[in-house]
Design a protein around this ligand. Structure first.
Ligand SMILES: *Cc1c(COP(=O)(O)O)cnc(C)c1O
Length: 427
């Protein structure tokens, strides 16, 4: 029976057999027992599927990965220790020293740092591109050694909506996969595989957990990219892996080749695995993802409309607003809503923003987004506080920018708190 995504949130993943626990068990075990050496040996040769050590695979983590896989409509998935680890493994599974990546410039700061600073030290070059450029302009960034294109379906924090089909076509015209970080939209609001995206990454730390309890990540593969058709570009998938007795991933694992390689080789060697405890907590979050995302979007829409009409507000950016630059793309790719995060500037510049955040009562100042509790961050006072106003503008972070993550409290209370704090701004 194929289920709709609301039912997958509740029922997906763990399927207990007769007499087994109704709720996903936590397999709090590093190791797994076998009767004979031969049986264990077959697992090491990738001849048979099974568990032997939780750095590579653990049943609790696999059940949660399966739920996320089904929500995205993928062929295979894996959990990682964090969203950062998901990006790291998704890219390095197909890139090596000498490879080039094209990445949207307005991605999460951790992602652009990973690609353009840390992976650069390992010989992987990244071009950060303006994702709103027309295809003819973006075309110019491709090189013979380009191996992947990376972007967020909704960018954190700017809320830029990706023209997914434009990017998919460019990537496929150049024989490389399109990787999308779908953290903010979640599979509830956007299904990137429907538009031809090949691989999806998540920081499950955000809406999927939704309660700010567990750092985690996930990678989902559509199984649709034809690695063998571009075999010269992806030898790691299409030629023998000597560290596994010469297995050729695409030949042996078909649509599961990419995730099997990332698990068997990269997880083995880099060890960025998720703990079964955190997977269990993430699964509790996933059971209500569909309900929470819907309410986050309803509340954020009302907040955006309230802010747009408030005399103490200079500007608001939220793709749900009819006159927003990204409204049309949001309507196309996320017709049921985008996410609960929006950006705005109170009047009075940097000082006005500080007066506003200091006057909030219920809404807390925290370095986090996308959980049930409403929260704000003022980058000029917090994450980017070493920069002066001029440097902030150059970094694309306005001195007055407030990132507001709208929670699922009563909308009247959220608006009342915002209103009284805005009225405290001396501008
Ligand atoms: C938070 C975030 C990440 C990083 O995830 P962690 O779980 O914090 O490592 C990656 N991408 C996006 C869009 C994020 O919001």
């Amino acid at each position: 029976m194929t289920l709709n995504k609301e039912s997958i949130c509740v029922q997906g993943g763990w399927q207990p057999k007769n007499g087994e626990a109704r709720v996903l068990p936590i397999y709090q075990s590093t190791t797994f027992k076998y009767e004979t050496s031969e049986e264990m040996g077959k697992l090491f040769d990738l001849e048979e599927e099974g568990y032997f050590y939780s750095r590579l695979q653990n049943p609790t983590c696999d059940m949660v990965a399966q739920k996320i896989c089904d929500l995205e409509g993928g062929a295979a998935a894996m959990l990682t220790s964090s969203g950062q680890a998901a990006t790291l493994l998704a890219v390095t599974n197909i890139c090596e020293a000498g490879s080039h990546v094209i990445c949207a410039a307005k991605v999460y700061g951790g992602t652009s740092n990973l690609l353009s600073v840390t992976l650069k030290r390992f010989g992987i070059e990244t071009s950060l591109v303006d994702q709103d450029l027309p295809a003819e302009e973006l075309e110019k960034y491709f090189k013979p050694n380009t191996r992947a294109v990376f972007a967020e379906t909704i960018s954190n924090p700017a809320g830029v909506i990706l023209d997914i089909e434009k990017f998919v076509k460019l990537a496929h015209d150049h024989g490389v996969p399109m990787i999308c970080d779908n953290t903010f939209a979640t599979p509830i609001n956007c299904q990137p595989f429907k538009y031809g995206v090949d691989i999806i990454t998540h920081s499950t730390t955000k809406y999927m957990d939704g309660h700010a309890m567990a750092v985690g990540g996930a990678i989902v593969d559509s199984g649709n990219f034809d690695w063998d058709a571009h075999a010269d570009k992806f030898p790691g998938l299409t030629t023998p892996d000597e560290s596994y007795h010469g297995v050729v991933y695409t030949k042996k694992f078909g649509k599961k080749a990419y995730i099997t390689k990332a698990t068997a080789q990269l997880m083995r060697d880099m060890g960025a695995c998720q703990s079964p405890q955190n997977a269990f907590l993430t699964n509790i979050g996933l059971e209500t993802l569909h309900l929470r995302v819907e309410r986050h979007c309803q509340n954020a829409q009302k907040v955006a409309e309230f802010l747009a009409n408030h005399p103490k507000v200079a500007w608001v950016e939220y793709a749900g607003l009819k006159d927003d630059k990204y409204h049309a793309l949001a309507e196309k790719y996320m017709p049921n809503g985008t996410c609960g995060v929006l950006c705005f500037g109170p009047k009075g510049g940097r000082d006005g923003a500080m007066q506003f955040t200091n006057a909030l009562k219920m809404i807390a100042i925290v370095t986090h987004v996308a959980d049930a509790r409403s929260c704000v961050l003022h980058p000029a006072s917090h994450t980017h506080r070493q920069l002066n106003d001029q440097q902030l503008i150059e970094a694309g972070v306005l001195p007055d920018l407030i990132r507001l993550s709208v929670g699922i409290e009563n909308i009247d209370d959220i608006i009342a708190d915002l209103d009284q704090a805005l009225n405290a701004v001396q501008a």
